[in-house]
Design a protein around this ligand. Structure first.
Ligand SMILES: [Zn+2]
Ligand SMILES: [Zn+2]
Length: 321
């Protein structure tokens, strides 16, 4: 199995001179089995370029599976610009954590309402199917075995452990650490004192995450904030690389990939973050890589640590702009 990063930013896209090397598109990762099966995780603006690549590969209508962590803008904004959505006969299955699949359809359909976009979802030539995922309820998509994991984020989020070809990786975004309650409606009012029930529920969430991450080959983690930034915005629902390192150390994970970078982090800042945490990780036996747009990473015990850059070609996509 291998994974490729098509968008590594959180919150909103920031293409521009300050982000050319790490990239400015929002959350989107592609997993590939050894036989070439494709699985898409999150549909931020990075999905647009991935869709164009899939179009170049496709010989006819295809089926694509998209796992969503949650439906904040930076994780869904690429969907209307996903070129395969404009191919008749193509099926796009969207899997996400919501109270019901029809609620998910309303959310995705909502962003293509005529006020926002020229073509409503119902009119797209491809067929969309919506599926609800539940933390702890595992399922298979082709050769991929999927384990959804509850995360601590305003109004909820779900991470995924993905096993395939005898190797595994986990996508842990978006999440805050597990010592403040924000997975419920506390976001608007800011951090609140923990009740006894909150403490128990957060501890259980952390324990479940640790169990699912145990022995995973590579963990991709929301490390949006530096510690000093986190101190200012502890209720935003994101983590620091130090918090991700703690989780990986406890789960005995050997490789951590920093991901969901703050839009304010320029290439220069990212170089420093990458170097600092490479050293911090090495000191405790964890290889820390910093994701960038176009990075392809082989997953598995024998995988090379070296990331290869996959250059994006410039073919325009099809479908409404
Ligand atoms: Zn996000
Ligand atoms: Zn979010």
């Amino acid at each position: 199995m291998q994974i490729t990063f098509w968008g590594v930013r959180g919150s909103y896209p920031v293409p521009g001179a300050a982000t050319v090397r790490y990239g400015g598109q929002t959350s989107c990762v592609e997993a590939r089995s050894a036989k070439g099966d494709c699985l898409i995780v999150d549909a931020g603006t990075g999905l647009r370029a991935l869709g164009n690549k899939l179009m170049r590969e496709a010989t006819g209508p295809q089926r694509y599976d998209v796992l969503l962590s949650h439906v904040h803008w930076d994780h869904i904004q690429g969907l209307p610009f996903f070129s395969p959505a404009y191919v008749p006969g193509t099926r796009i299955a969207v899997h996400a954590l919501l109270t019901a699949a029809d609620e998910l359809q309303q959310v995705i359909g909502g962003i293509t309402r005529h006020e926002f976009f020229p073509m409503p979802l119902e009119a797209a030539p491809a067929q969309f199917d919506f599926h609800q995922v539940e933390p702890g309820v595992e399922f298979d998509l082709g050769p991929f075995h999927i384990t959804p994991i509850a995360l601590n984020h305003p109004f909820g989020s779900v991470g995924y452990r993905i096993d395939c070809d005898g190797s595994s990786w986990a996508y842990v975004a978006d999440t805050a650490p597990f010592d403040q309650v924000i997975h419920k409606q506390h976001f608007l009012s800011g951090p609140e004192p923990l009740s006894a029930d909150d403490k128990v529920s957060l501890l259980a969430m952390r324990e479940a995450l640790l169990r699912k991450l145990e022995a995973v080959d590579t963990v991709v983690y929301d490390t949006h904030f530096l510690p000093e930034e986190y101190a200012k915005f502890p209720h935003y629902g994101h983590s620091t690389p130090d918090q991700a390192l703690d989780i990986c150390r406890e789960a005995k994970v050997k490789r951590l990939v920093l991901y969901h970078h703050a839009p304010s982090h320029s290439d220069e800042m990212m170089d420093k973050i990458a170097a600092d945490y490479l050293a911090k990780g090495a000191a405790i036996g964890i290889e820390v890589l910093t994701s960038f747009e176009g990075m392809t990473l082989p997953i598995g015990p024998e995988a090379e640590a070296d990331a290869k850059r996959e250059p994006e070609r410039t073919n325009p996509g099809i479908g409404p702009a």
